[in-house]
Design a protein around this ligand. Structure first.
Ligand code: PRP
Ligand code: URA
Length: 208
C-alpha cells in the first residue's frame, strides 16, 4: 500500500498495547494518546521543508536549519484533541484548527458540526489528527474540507486503522499519506475496529 505507513517502532508498539488494554483508565489513556501523538507526528514529519540558518555557539558558528513550512494541526473532535498536546511539545508554533464531526450511529456517515476555518489557508501543511480510522468517512470528509480551504499538503496521523478506512482514503485522497501506529484486522458489524481499543472519545473523556 503506497502512502500508508505503519510504525515499526517498539516504543510505539509498547504504548499502543497499554492503550488498547481494557483495564487502562482515562487518565493513563489520555497520557498515552498524547505521547503516541507526538511519536507518530515525529515519524510523519520527516519531509518538512527547512532553510539554512547559521547560529553562534559558545565555540563559534554552526550551520543549521530552521523549519519553513507553516504547520496546521487539525484534530477531529472529539477524540483527535488528545493528540494535540504531544505534538505541540515538538512543534509549539503549529496552528490548531478544530473540525467537529461525529459519526452517525446508524449510517456511520460523518456529520459536521464545527468548522471555523478562515477564508484563506494560513498554513502550508496540515496534519489531520484522529486516533481511529474506521470506515474512513470522518478522515475523508475532513480532507475534503481542508482541500476546499486550499491546503496543498495534507497528512493523516492516527493510532489505529482498519483496512476499510485505508481503502476509502486511498480511493478519495490518494495524495494524502496515512501514518498509523498499527493496521488492525477489520471492522465489526457496528463499524468498530477489531481488535481496536473501543471508543477512543469515550475512553479519553470518561463518557463511556
Ligand atoms: C470516532 C473517531 C473518528 C471516527 C472514526 O469519532 O474518533 O472521528 O469515529 O470513524 P470513521 O472512520 O468510521 O468515520 P466519533 O464519531 O465517535 O466522535 P467522538 O470522537 O466525538 O466520540
Ligand atoms: N470510533 C472509535 O472510537 N472506535 C472505533 O473502533 C471506531 C470508531
Amino acid at each position: 500500500m503506497s502512502n500508508v505507513y505503519e510504525s515499526q517502532h517498539p516504543l510505539i508498539a509498547h504504548k499502543l498495547t497499554k492503550l488498547r488494554d481494557v483495564a487502562t483508565e482515562p487518565k493513563k489513556f489520555r497520557e498515552l494518546v498524547r505521547e503516541l501523538g507526538g511519536l507518530l507526528c515525529y515519524e510523519a514529519t520527516q519531509d518538512l521543508g527547512v532553510q539554512p540558518l547559521a547560529v553562534k555557539t559558545p565555540m563559534g558558528e554552526a550551520e543549521g536549519v530552521e523549519l519553513t513550512d507553516r504547520i496546521g494541526l487539525v484534530p477531529i473532535l472529539r477524540a483527535g484533541l488528545g493528540m494535540v498536546e504531544g505534538i505541540w511539545e515538538l512543534m509549539p508554533n503549529a496552528e490548531v484548527w478544530h473540525i467537529g464531526l461525529y459519526r452517525d450511529e446508524k449510517t456511520l456517515r460523518p456529520v459536521e458540526y464545527y468548522n471555523k476555518l478562515p477564508v484563506s489557508p494560513t498554513v502550508e501543511v496540515c496534519l489531520v489528527l484522529d486516533p481511529m480510522l474506521a470506515t474512513g468517512g470522518s478522515a475523508a470528509a475532513t480532507v475534503d474540507i481542508l482541500k476546499k480551504w486550499g491546503v496543498k499538503r495534507i497528512k493523516f496521523v492516527g493510532l489505529l486503522g482498519a483496512p476499510e478506512g485505508i481503502q476509502l482514503m486511498q480511493e478519495r485522497h490518494p495524495d494524502v499519506p496515512i501514518h498509523l501506529a498499527k493496521i488492525d484486522s477489520h471492522l465489526n458489524e457496528i463499524g468498530y475496529i477489531v481488535p481496536g481499543l473501543g471508543d477512543a472519545g469515550d475512553r479519553q473523556f470518561g463518557t463511556g
